[in-house]
Write a protein that binds this ligand. Structure first.
Ligand SMILES: Cc1cc2nc3c(=O)[nH]c(=O)nc-3n(C[C@H](O)[C@H](O)[C@H](O)COP(=O)(O)OP(=O)(O)OC[C@H]3O[C@@H](n4cnc5c(N)ncnc54)[C@H](O)[C@@H]3O)c2cc1C
Length: 440
């Protein structure tokens, strides 16, 4: 029996007032080998499939985003948090966040994958009954079906429960007929499965429905012309007498508003992870440019004002990273506490293979790094890491223990066999670059 004493999970904003021991605060230096390798797989996916195609993605080349999502599905990137019995890898929340961060560097692709794996998949994963989960989740985890989430309407944004989309039961009681208009629906242009929020008759609160495109009665407006993330699909979706089987009501009547906001709550922290990935990528690009651009006979990165801007960017990334993963781990702790209290967490948050804070990693046998290392804070460690970075993105062969997320299910191994050495601690400044900001 374990003698490990666990700190009580934080409640709400309790972190503001409760004293926290350093070792109880998760820091990214504690990612285990498997988490780092999953992160590496995500980055390689972007390197090989997304970054070379950014222009085509931004111009919404026909079928490209769909094929990228399918490739991501083949690699297992759409099922990282999906339980194994539903075709996923059942990884814990911190791992999911790390993958979200990495794919967050994928420009418009990051929006499509985040919407699919988040607001598209989670309503059914968290609130679906057994039949619904078995029917939809494996296909969503593999990428065979793409998903979207239909809450917003022309007259209902922040005030989401005021939506006017209606669902009416047919006289034989076998179907709901849905009529209404949704707007700004991410992945709307190619989704096969829509989570649709509508009011049954004159209900006060929304209900939620799993709607397949194949049910008919769904039409789309052209793609919105956005100022950024131009490659992601954003459409108006019209439901005209869309006939939905009664068994596709998600959870219970009038529980849809709760589902909608709970899913958006998960989306909020995930957005922090995705934004962090984009910010780190931006910093990398900025540093590369500052090193290459010559003015007055030297690279502009040698000027103090440029160094300060890069340092500011690095500081913001560091702060967001620290807060995001601390919070992610706190969520993991809360899930554990719910489990310990006997809660049916299956429908709320799926948790598998949770990160253990102390002791040895069960896979590698390696001692985990505690929150403080040799009396140094995370900032010290980070700074120390920056000082000893070597040239980045060295190519090394795949290690024998490196997870190939779908190894058993593919005839051929993926074409890529070189792997960017991620290891932030091992990635030093470019020789001519500002040592303090060359980071991620
Ligand atoms: C690129 C993109 C993708 C999207 N994808 C999806 C999707 O996949 N599915 C989906 O359902 N929706 C989607 N949306 C819609 C998005 O969720 C809504 O934009 C959001 O809910 C806000 O609604 P609104 O834009 O109508 O703003 P409004 O509700 O009109 O708000 C306008 C402003 O008023 C402020 N405001 C509102 N209420 C208050 C208040 N009580 N107090 C103070 N300030 C307030 C808001 O903060 C905001 O600044 C997407 C939007 C965009 C831009």
């Amino acid at each position: 029996m374990s003698t490990e004493t666990k700190p009580k999970a934080l409640q709400g904003g309790e972190f503001l007032i409760r004293e926290s021991a350093p070792q109880d605060i998760f820091i990214p230096e504690e990612f285990n080998e498997e988490q780092r390798m999953i992160a590496q797989t995500c980055t390689e996916f972007l390197q090989q499939n997304v970054w070379p195609n950014v222009e085509k993605i931004d111009h919404q080349e026909e079928g490209l985003m769909v094929s990228l999502l399918e490739k991501a599905g083949e690699l297992g990137l759409l099922g990282i948090s999906v339980p194994e019995d539903l075709g996923g890898f059942g990884k814990d929340f911190v791992t999911t966040m790390l993958a979200t961060e990495r794919t967050g560097a994928g420009y418009s692709f990051s929006v499509a994958i985040a919407a699919h794996t988040g607001i598209g998949t989670l309503p059914t994963l968290y609130y679906g009954n057994e039949e619904q989960r078995k029917k939809y989740i494996p296909k969503l985890a593999s990428g065979e079906w793409k998903a979207c989430y239909c809450l917003t309407e022309p007259g209902s944004g922040s005030d989401a429960n005021s939506g006017k989309t209606k669902a009416v039961l047919t006289p034989d009681g076998k179907h709901y007929i849905i009529n209404g208009q949704k707007m700004w629906i991410t992945n709307g242009g190619f989704a096969d499965v829509f989570t649709v929020f509508a009011k049954i008759d004159d209900d006060k609160n929304l209900s939620a429905f799993i709607v397949e495109k194949g049910f008919g009665g769904i039409t789309l407006n052209p793609e919105e012309k956005k100022m950024g993330i131009k490659g992601s699909s954003t459409r108006q979706v019209f439901f005209n007498d869309c006939k939905v089987p009664v068994e596709n009501l998600l959870s219970t009547r009038e529980n849809g508003f709760k589902i909608a906001v709970n899913i958006l709550n998960i989306g909020r922290i995930k957005l922090a992870g995705a934004a962090l990935g984009g910010a780190k990528q931006t910093l990398d690009i900025a540093i590369t440019y500052a090193n290459e651009r010559q003015q007055f006979g030297k690279s502009i990165s040698s000027f103090g004002a440029i160094q300060q801007k890069l340092a500011d960017m690095a500081i913001y990334c560091y702060v967001v990273e620290s807060a995001t993963y601390r919070c992610s781990y706190d969520m993991e702790q809360a899930i554990e506490a719910l489990e310990a209290g006997g809660a049916d967490h299956d429908r709320a948050v799926e948790r598998r293979g949770a990160v253990r804070r102390r002791g040895r990693d069960p896979e590698s046998g390696r001692q985990r790094m505690p929150g403080l290392c040799g009396g140094r804070s995370r900032a010290d460690l980070w700074w120390h890491g920056l000082q000893r970075r070597k040239p980045c993105r060295a190519r090394v062969p795949r290690q024998p223990d490196q997870p190939d997320l779908r190894r058993n299910e593919r005839d051929q191994p993926p074409a890529h066999r070189g792997h960017a050495v991620e290891a932030r601690d091992e990635r030093p400044a470019r020789p001519d670059g500002p040592r303090h900001a060359s980071g991620f």
